[in-house]
Design a protein around this ligand. Structure first.
Ligand SMILES: [Zn+2]
Length: 70
């Protein structure tokens, strides 16, 4: 399953999310400020060559079932 990177247009926070077939990123929400309609970034897998990519680093959140909002 392809993972795409998105950037919040409100706070500028970048996060990655799974992009399903037939779905759009407009349904996603910023995990930081809960803002909608994030900006889709170029996937690091698609572009090959000398490009600055940040591997490792911040990885917060727990994958254990659906998390409710507040
Ligand atoms: Zn945000």
């Amino acid at each position: 399953m392809p993972v795409y990177e998105y950037r919040c247009t409100e706070c500028g926070h970048t996060f990655d999310a799974l992009q399903r077939v037939g779905e759009d990123g407009s349904q996603l929400n910023c995990p930081k400020c809960k803002a909608g309609h994030p900006e889709k970034l170029f996937s690091a897998f698609a572009s090959s060559g000398g490009s600055e990519a940040s591997f490792g680093g911040s990885s917060a959140g727990s994958s254990c079932g659906p998390s409710g909002f507040g």
